[in-house]
Ligand binder design. Structure first.
Ligand SMILES: Cc1ncc(COP(=O)(O)O)c(C=O)c1O
Length: 289
């Protein structure tokens, strides 16, 4: 696995641009300053980086083509944007295409018999089928629930899960804040809450501590929920999801897997993930042309 530390030996020079707001008199003035002392990528470092991480010229050309076509504003504003997975930038072509669809369609609420409503229903059906097929999930087993983002999806799980006294919520300590929020729903309904940690060297979960906690919390019939990320946004580590899902299922638990950080760079296959009971995806982090 490539940890962030593995990159520290490389000098990647970037053009840094900063924007600040300064108050002068009654007016707030926006000033832009650029550090032009750093310029192009350093050749030797770039070559070494490419060699070590298998980053070919072809990949670079493809990325540059996407950048030219969909994110020209980055170059126009001399901006290096590094948080695509946290908050994606809308690609120009997607905005154009969606704008065209909205301008050409008359869409109503998708639950009536009139023509605008039926058009919206058709779109909704196609979108649901597309999501299920993207996740390699059978419509017999899974239902798509639209939410604004992955945090919204995790909130729905927390709000609806039948936590109760004698039940439990067990979560991984390298999960996203939005998973921690589920603990509050469990706490209010008197379920037990516990976390399991990852090993500092390998970044994978401590299997024996995980199984011990599941076993300890498994007493009684009250519903129990396990939650963890397929890929951690804390460590960047992609976990062996199926192993944990299978173990918890074997003890009668429900499991949710958060794929918000995993899905941008990995295919989702429900079966390969052990058929979790809930799965959260953040499509705004994926869609690009
Ligand atoms: C692992 C993980 N889970 C959940 C989220 C929250 O996703 P969203 O921004 O769609 O609410 C993120 C955001 O980066 C994430 O990395």
């Amino acid at each position: 696995m490539q940890t962030p530390q593995s990159l520290s030996g490389y000098t990647i020079k970037m053009f840094v641009s900063t924007t600040s707001f300064e108050k002068s008199g009654d007016q707030t003035e926006r000033t832009q300053s650029s550090d032009s002392s750093v310029g192009e990528f350093d050749d030797e470092s770039t070559l070494e980086f490419r060699k070590t991480f298998g980053y070919s010229q072809e990949m670079e050309d493809r990325l540059q083509a996407i950048r030219d076509k969909d994110f020209a504003r980055l170059d126009e504003q001399q901006c290096v944007y590094l948080d695509y997975t946290g908050a994606m930038l809308a690609p120009d072509s997607l905005v154009d295409e969606h704008g065209k669809t909205l301008r050409a369609s008359v869409l109503g609420n998708p639950h009536s018999e009139n023509a605008p409503s039926l058009s919206a229903t058709d779109m909704d059906i196609i979108a649901r089928e597309t999501v299920l097929s993207f996740c390699q999930a059978s419509p017999d087993d899974y239902t798509v629930i639209w939410t604004a983002n992955a945090s919204g999806a995790l909130r729905v799980v927390g709000e609806c899960y039948p936590f109760q006294r004698g039940g439990a919520f067990l979560y991984a300590l390298d999960c996203h804040n939005s998973v921690l929020g589920i603990g509050e729903f469990a706490r209010k309904k008197k379920a037990k809450i516990s976390g399991f940690n990852f090993l500092p060297d390998s970044l994978s979960y401590d299997w024996s501590s995980f199984t011990k906690q599941v076993d300890k919390l498994s007493k009684g019939k009250a519903p129990k929920l396990l939650g963890f990320p397929a890929e951690s946004n804390v460590s960047g580590y992609a976990h062996d999801v199926r192993r944990y899902v299978d173990y918890a299922h074997g003890k009668g638990w429900d499991v949710f897997v958060d794929t918000a950080a995993f899905a941008p760079a990995n295919p989702i296959d429900m079966k390969a993930l052990g058929n979790p009971d809930f799965l959260s995806v953040s499509f705004c982090k994926l869609f690009r042309k």
